[in-house]
Design a protein around this ligand. Structure first.
Ligand SMILES: [Cu+2]
Length: 126
């Protein structure tokens, strides 16, 4: 399996959201899910998307893209999820959050949610 990959978008775009989450957890000692949409991802080149919907369902589970495609994951589910694919990790994604990973090399890339073992799929890069 190849491990060669590159993430082109800027991780810095996520820092404000993380900071906000930390702030909300601090208020009154009660965790409040931050469900404000992610800032728009800066993506150049081909894009594809996978959404999490209907209580822990990746849609589509099987996705085929061309090399160089950035796959954007969007959590439209009420549950939090943590996606892992190609050695990259999304961190915890609450509702309406997005995370993207660019696949530069052909191959078969299983992906999964580390919080929910039955959530998994495969991205095929041609
Ligand atoms: Cu999950």
């Amino acid at each position: 399996m190849t491990t060669s990959h590159k993430t082109r978008f800027h991780h810095a775009a996520f820092l404000p959201a993380l900071t906000l989450s930390a702030f909300l957890v601090g208020v009154g000692g009660t965790a409040i899910a931050d469900t404000t949409p992610s800032a728009p991802l800066e993506i150049s080149g081909k894009q594809a998307s996978i959404e999490i919907v209907d209580f822990m369902q990746f849609t589509p589970e099987e996705l085929t893209v061309e090399a160089g495609t950035t796959v954007v994951f969007t959590n439209l589910d009420g549950s939090n999820h943590k996606i892992t694919v190609d050695g990259a990790h999304s961190g915890r994604m609450s509702m309406n959050k997005q995370w993207a990973h660019t696949f530069d090399t052909a191959g078969t890339f299983p992906y999964a949610c580390t919080m929910h073992p039955r959530m998994k799929g495969t991205i095929t890069v041609q």
